[in-house]
Design a binder for this molecule. Structure first.
Ligand code: ACO
Length: 331
């Protein structure tokens, strides 16, 4: 069976930079509070009318260009997002339409911060079995229009940013390279600890003036519980990946953790005993872009020269659901 290789990567973030000071001008927060608790200094916000599929298509075009491929060369699209353009259909078909192609499958993945790794796991299985040969996997989010920007929502709204990362995946016959393993998990007992109430069929009618007045359309989070679980589940998933491949932490060239919060990444690093140069973070500049965070960080790490042929790249993620996982890739 062939393995799955990363043929190319690309990312796109909106032009508008929103600093911590700008947030402090619209809610009761401060640059000092945000930087100390999260490491974030700025994030990007989409322009008026710029949707998740708009960000996704820009990131995809970069990846296609770098691979020397046309959209018509793709045989499958997987889009991971919790912030699709519309409630349904899922965002994949809008990305497909904006790429100007038809008649290939578009799978929507709804696993929040772990969405990219769930997508990678499915893509890897399809590619290894020969089902698809040029698969576009994108993680993309527009959070800025869905958050409570008043002081009431400050615990969440200072964390998140908008952005998209794309990878093109295909088979490699080189037995030494490619995706070595993916491990994905979930525990629905914690679903409400990072949660958005409105939009589904839990309420009749699904949305009312009363619901909106109560702010049920905004996400809510139990920050301390998320922090606690994220900083243990991610290292556990990395250890599992190392064990499954007969590797140790010394073999890791770079760990790209989901960019949830710099303090969580630091905790993960400490739990695994990794050096600073073994962990890549860019949340400082983009905030938490959920399904977009790993592919955005991967592309930046590659452009910075942080990954070379033969290196062991490790991904880890944790998010709403709770969901979590890891992937090991020999570059
Ligand atoms: N600015 C200023 N003050 C704030 C802000 C803010 N943005 N947000 C909360 N506060 C206040 C609180 O109201 C509280 O005030 P009080 O003591 O008067 O009640 C005080 O700061 C401390 O609040 P805590 O919630 O106890 O703060 P904590 O130290 O736990 O930090 C944080 C909050 C940063 C959200 C932390 O819990 C955290 O990082 N959790 C992980 C959450 C996370 O990273 N989620 C990412 C999304 S999920 C994912 O991607 C995995």
């Amino acid at each position: 069976m062939p393995r799955t290789e990363f043929i190319s990567t690309g990312f796109y973030v909106p032009e508008r930079v929103v600093t911590n000071d700008e947030l402090a001008s619209i809610m009761d927060t401060s640059d000092e509070w945000i930087r100390t608790r999260t490491g974030i200094t700025e994030r990007r916000w989409a322009a008026n009318g710029q949707m998740t599929s708009d960000l996704a298509v820009e990131a995809s075009k970069v990846a296609l260009d770098r691979a020397g491929l046309q959209p018509s060369d793709l045989d499958c699209i997987v889009l991971a997002t919790l912030s699709g353009d519309y409630f349904f259909p899922g965002g994949g078909v809008y990305l497909q339409r904006k790429l100007g192609i038809t008649d290939i499958p578009c799978l929507d993945v709804r696993n929040q911060c772990t969405g990219f790794l769930y997508g990678l796991s499915i893509a890897d299985a399809w590619i290894r079995t020969g089902q698809y040969k040029r698969l576009l996997l994108v993680g993309a989010e527009v959070h800025s229009t869905g958050m409570d920007l008043s002081t009431k929502g400050r615990d969440l709204s200072v964390l998140f940013g908008d952005g998209a990362g794309a990878v093109i995946l295909g088979p490699t016959e080189d037995p030494g390279r490619g995706v070595l393993s993916t491990h994905i998990f979930a525990d629905g007992r914690y679903a409400e600890l990072l949660f958005c109430d409105l939009g589904g069929c839990a309420h009749t009618p699904r949305m009312s003036h009363e619901h909106l007045d109560a702010g049920l359309h905004f996400p809510v989070m139990h920050g301390k519980e998320v922090f606690k679980h994220a900083s243990t589940k991610m290292p556990d998933a990395v250890k599992l990946a190392l064990q499954a491949n007969g590797l140790t932490t010394a073999d890791i060239k770079v760990l790209i953790p989901h960019q949830a919060n710099l303090r969580i990444s630091e905790m993960v690093q400490r739990q695994l005993g990794l050096r600073d140069d073994q962990v890549y973070n860019n949340i400082q500049r983009y905030g938490n872009t959920t399904a977009g965070s790993i592919p955005i960080a991967l592309d930046e790490c590659l452009q910075d020269g942080g990954i070379n042929r033969g290196d062991l790249v490790m991904f880890a993620a944790f998010g709403s659901g709770f969901t979590w996982g890891s992937a090991a890739v020999r570059w």
